[in-house]
Design a protein around this ligand. Structure first.
Ligand code: F3S
Length: 402
């Protein structure tokens, strides 16, 4: 891979040992993927996880004097202020979250703690080269904005934030962005859950190739697009999709395919979606809690939930995750208060995959998110799936699907 004199100087340590380490990692990635050169990035997003390896890596870079040249937005961990006085979280876990927050503060990150930065805080334009990690973020910025990012890890995105560069390979190059598989959707896409199920059903069938969807409307909500990408990139490693008439690079099917024949055409039926739902749901019947906001809920979703809850009392715990900016606006609008009066919790800065849900281990909840159900298995949480509306009804009744 060709490096400019400045990039060579970064690698040699002229810009400090932290930058040199980040550059060494990126050079190795570039060589592994036959990248011809490095190119500048204008935005980055780091999928901070607050887990041991994440903390180890950011602290190592800090110890070596690294600082971000292109400040990244970051994923949620958990809201320390909210959880530190609750029995359900241990002191070492509180300490780890504080260390993570401090490390990302010191390295120069934008501390938005949200997994949907592309809706609010970090929005690229078409053609912009960026380095975004996080399952819903990578496909959203590629497919909806027409920006260019590879499927970065938290670590490689942090390296990009430090050097301000990425190796030019994969989805940064035009010919790698064309669709390879046509997915004809024949299912009823009549609620938000359908888009989650679609992503989860398609990913294993296309084996990480880039799909172009036909049979979908072009007025799909940002929330449904966010969830479609999250599930494509959770059940598989699909960092870009095309929807004809919606993706900037796919105004026609021919354009999406780069004027090539598709390698394959697959059909997704209602039976396919029903099967995914059934296979990933524990059972219908009584539930102990409801968890929504994986990825983080938008203001519009919180508004829907508040309208469903207005003046009622919940029978189960209800945990809603959103960004701090969305929560602030929701509170100004009285949305948070309606949800809290019903007995629900509206959390900011918080992810479902954190060590703060110990009191829910072994219990069965409801969620609209397959990603939530998948990641929390290791924390012994069980889920049945339903749309946001069905989950709220379940929280009011204490049971789902009855
Ligand atoms: Fe967001 Fe955590 Fe889910 S980062 S998408 S709430 S696993």
């Amino acid at each position: 891979m060709h490096l400019t004199d400045r990039e060579q100087a970064m690698l040699s340590g002229d810009f400090g040992a932290g930058t040199a380490l980040a550059m060494r990692i990126q050079q190795a990635i570039g060589e592994a993927f036959d990248a011809p050169r490095m190119v500048p990035v204008s935005r980055t997003h780091v999928a901070l996880s607050n887990q041991d390896a994440d903390l180890w890596f950011v602290e190592k870079l800090l110890d070596l004097g690294a600082h971000c040249r292109v400040a990244p937005t970051v994923n949620p961990g958990f809201d320390v202020e909210y959880f530190q006085n609750l029995d359900q979280v241990s002191s070492p876990d509180i300490l780890q979250m504080k260390r993570t927050a401090q490390a990302y503060h010191d390295i120069g990150a934008i501390l938005n703690y949200s997994c949907t930065p592309y809706l609010f805080d970090n929005i690229p334009r078409q053609g912009e080269v960026v380095a975004f990690s996080e399952s819903s973020a990578t496909p959203y910025v590629n497919s909806i904005y027409g920006a260019r990012t590879n499927r970065e890890s938290a670590q490689s995105a942090l390296c990009a934030a430090i050097t301000g560069l990425v190796p030019e390979y994969g989805l940064l190059r035009t010919h790698n962005r064309r669709a390879e598989v046509v997915v004809e959707v024949e299912a009823r896409m009549d609620d938000g859950l359908a888009y989650q199920l679609l992503g989860y059903a398609v990913a294993p069938r296309i084996r990480n190739k880039i799909p172009v969807f036909t049979g979908l409307n072009t007025d799909i909500s940002p929330e449904d697009l966010m969830n479609l990408g999250a599930e494509l990139n959770t059940a598989g490693a699909v960092s870009m999709y095309h929807i004809v008439g919606l993706t900037p690079e796919a105004q026609t099917l021919d354009m999406a395919l780069g004027r090539h024949e598709p390698q394959e055409v697959i059909h997704i039926t209602q039976d396919d979606l029903d099967r995914v739902k059934q296979l990933n749901s524990k059972r219908s019947g009584p539930i102990d809690f409801v968890m929504l906001g994986c990825p983080h809920l938008s203001l519009r979703q919180l508004q829907t939930i508040a309208a469903l809850l207005h003046g009622q009392t919940l029978k189960t715990e209800l945990w809603l995750n959103t960004s701090a900016s969305t929560r602030l606006i929701a509170s100004r609008m009285g949305i948070t208060q309606i949800i809290e009066q019903a007995g629900g919790h509206v959390l900011q800065d918080t992810c479902v995959d954190q060590p703060i849900w110990n009191h829910l281990a072994g219990k069965i909840g409801a969620t609209d998110s397959l990603k939530c159900a998948y990641y929390t298995t290791r924390r012994s949480l069980g889920f049945s799936l339903g749309s946001i509306e069905a989950c709220i009804e379940a929280s009011l009744k204490g049971a789902i699907g009855e």
